[in-house]
Design a protein around this ligand. Structure first.
Ligand SMILES: [Zn+2]
Length: 180
């Protein structure tokens, strides 16, 4: 398995390729920006290795505790963290759940201290805003999701290739020691 520094190097080396291809295909600076930004984010701190104490995990700084239940629940390199699509989707859902929990706590505190007054309309307004943003920037959102997945896959693929390379070297050295 490549080290965290090697994974970082792979992400940074692939960034110009992802950006160049993104711009060539979409001809849009904003879509390319969301694609490359999320690719970088995924490669450096939202990747599959959040399932262990890794560089990616440490980069969450004060918020790193958010990923502790994720690590407890998953085995390192399980298909749920390292698998295509399901890994990224799982992390998005997981982070979304934390977002909901934090929002619920903040809301409860606001209501308890009477700092906020509950109004059901807030939910509908929020939903309306989200739908409007989603409708205005569908390609940018698509680019961001693709970037997240590409960043995660560059990681998983290099994990697999690293294992294959290590096994080949082991076999070769065994073969050599048998011959000598
Ligand atoms: Zn990994």
């Amino acid at each position: 398995m490549p080290s965290g520094a090697t994974h970082d190097q792979i992400t940074l080396s692939c960034l110009p390729i992802v950006g160049g291809l993104g711009l060539a295909v979409t001809h849009s600076a904003s879509i390319t920006l969301s694609l490359t930004g999320s690719f970088l984010f995924s490669g450096l701190m939202f990747g599959p290795d959040l399932d262990i104490y890794s560089v990616q995990f440490k980069r969450w700084g004060l918020l790193r505790w958010l990923w502790l239940p994720y690590q407890k629940g998953l085995q390192h390199r399980s298909w749920l963290s390292h698998g295509p699509i399901v890994g990224t989707l799982g992390r998005l859902v997981y982070l979304g759940l934390w977002g909901l929990i934090c929002a619920a706590i903040a809301l409860s505190l606001g209501l308890m201290t009477r700092w906020l007054a509950w109004d059901w309309q807030v939910i509908f307004t929020l939903k309306g805003h989200l739908l409007t943003v989603g409708g205005q920037y569908p390609w940018e959102i698509g680019g961001a999701l693709l970037g997240l997945e590409l960043g995660a896959m560059s990681h998983s693929l290099s994990d697999v290739l690293g294992s294959v390379w290590r096994n080949l070297r082991k076999r070769r050295s065994r073969f050599r020691s048998k011959r000598s």
